[in-house]
Each structure stands twice: as C-alpha cells, then as structure tokens.
Design a protein around this ligand. Sequence first.
Ligand SMILES: Cc1cc2nc3c(=O)[nH]c(=O)nc-3n(C[C@H](O)[C@H](O)[C@H](O)COP(=O)(O)OP(=O)(O)OC[C@H]3O[C@@H](n4cnc5c(N)ncnc54)[C@H](O)[C@@H]3O)c2cc1C
Length: 352
Amino acid sequence: MVGLVNAEPPENAGEYKNVLIFLETRQGKLAKPGLEMISVGAAIAHKVNEELIGIVMGNKIEGLVQEAGEYGCDKVIGLKSKDLEDFRTIPYSVNLSELITELKPNILLIPATRNGRDLASRIAVRSKTGVTADCTELDIDPAERILQARRPTYGESTLAEILCKRHRPQMATARPGIFSVPERDPKRKFVSEIRKTTIKKEFLKKEIVSFKPKSTLDLTSAKIIVSGGLGLGKPSGFKLLEELAGEIGASVGASRPTVDMGWIERDHQVGQTGQSVRPDIYIACGISGKAQHIMGMRLSKNIVSINTDASAELNSISDYIINEDLYKVIPELIDAIKRRKSGEKKPAEAPA
Ligand SMILES: Cc1cc2nc3c(=O)[nH]c(=O)nc-3n(C[C@H](O)[C@H](O)[C@H](O)COP(=O)(O)OP(=O)(O)OC[C@H]3O[C@@H](n4cnc5c(N)ncnc54)[C@H](O)[C@@H]3O)c2cc1C
C-alpha cells in the first residue's frame, strides 16, 4: 500500500463537494469510457450524499447533455462552442479548469483514454493537485470523503491504494473497460445547463483541418472474444482463430508477445498495456495467463482456456478448461458448429 501518513486535508476542504466527471465525446457522440465514469462516479457521490455532475464539451451538445442525464448524472453542464467541437488540449483544459475553480468538486474523474490522460495531467497542474492515473478500482471513505484510488503496480502484481489528502480536487483517471456503462433511462430526472463559451484565439494554435478516423478495433464492446497466445506457434494460427470467430460472431484478441512479434495488429492486444475487456465469453487459446494478460480479461463472464499445460495460470480463473492441443480442438469445434448450423437451417435434410 502506497500513501502519505498523517497528511492533513487543506483548511478549505469542506468547501469542496460533489463528484465531477468528464464525458469525453468522439465525432459528436458520447464515448463509452466517459459513460463508464457515470456508474462509478454516481456510486461514490451518492455514498456521501453528494451529486454526480457530468461535463460535456463540444458544439452540438444538446442531445448529448440529455443523454448524459438519462445515463445517471444528477446534473449535466454543457460547455458549448464551435471551437470545442473536436478535442484540443489547450481549449479543453483551460475551460475545464475554470469550471473546477468555480464548482469546487471534491473529486474529478476522467477516463484514461489518450485524450483523457492528456487532459487530466494539465488540469492537475492548473488546479495544483495530483492525479492517480489508470485506476481499476475507485471508492470513497465516507467519514473523511477521501477518494480511495486503486491501481495495479509492480507489473500488475500489487494493487496500490493512493490517497490525495492534502489537495482538492482529488483526481483520478479510470482505465476504460473496467467500469460498466449504466442502464439508460429516458424517464430519469436530472438538472441540466448549457453555457455558451468563447475560446481566446491564443488557445487555438492548433487548427483541425480534417478528421481521418483510425480504424481501431474496439474489443471493449465485444460479447465474445477468441484470443490467441504464443501457443499458436506461428502467425497463421490467427487465421484459425479468425475462422472460429467468424462462426460464432466473435472478435479476435491476442496476448502481447504475439503482437510484439507482428503476428497480429496491436489493437487486438488484451491486457495491462492493451485493452481491458469484459465479454460474455472469452476463449483463450494457447495463453498461459500471466498477470499482465489476466488484468485485461479477468472480468469476462465466462472464461474458456484451451491449453496443453494443465497447470497454466489462466486455468485457475477459468470456467471451462480444455487441456488439449488447440490445433486439435479448434478445427473440431469449427466443424461441430458448422454441422449444427446447417442442421438448424435445414432440419428436413438432417440425417435420421
Ligand atoms: C510491463 C508489462 C506489460 C505487459 N502487458 C501485457 C499485456 O497487456 N498483455 C499480455 O498478454 N501480456 C503482457 N505482458 C506480457 C506478459 O507478462 C506475458 O509474457 C504474456 O502475457 C505471455 O503471453 P502468452 O500467454 O501468449 O505466452 P506464454 O506465456 O508463452 O504461454 C503460451 C501458452 O500456450 C500453451 N501452449 C503451447 N502450445 C499449445 C498448443 N498447441 N495448444 C494449446 N496450448 C498451447 C503453453 O502451455 C502456454 O501456457 C506484459 C509484460 C510486462 C512486463
């Protein structure tokens, strides 16, 4: 456990209240990592009878503000400007910092996406506070209203609890894919406010001429993932996994060494330095289950491990273990699925 001992809160700590979350937008839509902040942010705020306030920044944000309230924010503040249409570090951090000075939140949560990390560090400097990055657990000590920000450390072998006792707001970024997106309820009651804002020219040094989306694979929303590790033995092993994935409507994941060796693109990587996923079914093929991999998939509802080694670490958290050569199991599985599908489609032609 890492922490400061006997750190006193600032004298004006009592002036700070509520939990503020930054609801990141992408291409005019609320991004999933921001929505994930609503569930954890609301749990923390309501535990100490405070409010969850969502911040949406952008141009055409009326619908997004409504959406954020329906997902569970008690209050939503929209900052509206043509110059906030796309994420730019300086205008976003200046505006959000001004809002923090005004609202004095006890806690500020930001998703640990590329833009979120960029924003959080700048806000922390401007607000003269610290930020606990990449948290996987967040809670609050209700007596002291101290954020308990936990994140893996020492190669994911230890969970560190980091407390920010001396400064306000207490800030954390949260790893995408760890917290769930709450149910959207169109009847939910909330307060909203849209403020038009102007951005000083000096903050607009970067001009966004056009936007070319990178075709990144979003494994965080996948319901089924078929994931391959070094046990595949060769790059073409992923072809077999793609075939299985195609049959069952799954996405393909990978362990880091297979990515490092160029067997598959990096956006397929699951784990500490890849994506954190929580599908209904995670089928690990030839993956040993080192801590850094488990970190990214342990929240899967059902885990299937196909491994020749009965003592593979992953087996200890698996619901189903197939202790067999994947090159024997997977073709048989594909065959069985195909036979079953054709049987279901043409029941009259099925053998008696
Ligand atoms: C800072 C840091 C960050 C990291 N981040 C990540 C990360 O994000 N994601 C990640 O995955 N790793 C990450 N790693 C690497 C991690 O520590 C492991 O090295 C890696 O996960 C192991 O990959 P693997 O399971 O594919 O390979 P191995 O550990 O080599 O396991 C291969 C498995 O395949 C089995 N096998 C072999 N042949 C067959 C067969 N024919 N059929 C069935 N099973 C077979 C073996 O029994 C073995 O269990 C990180 C490491 C560090 C230090």
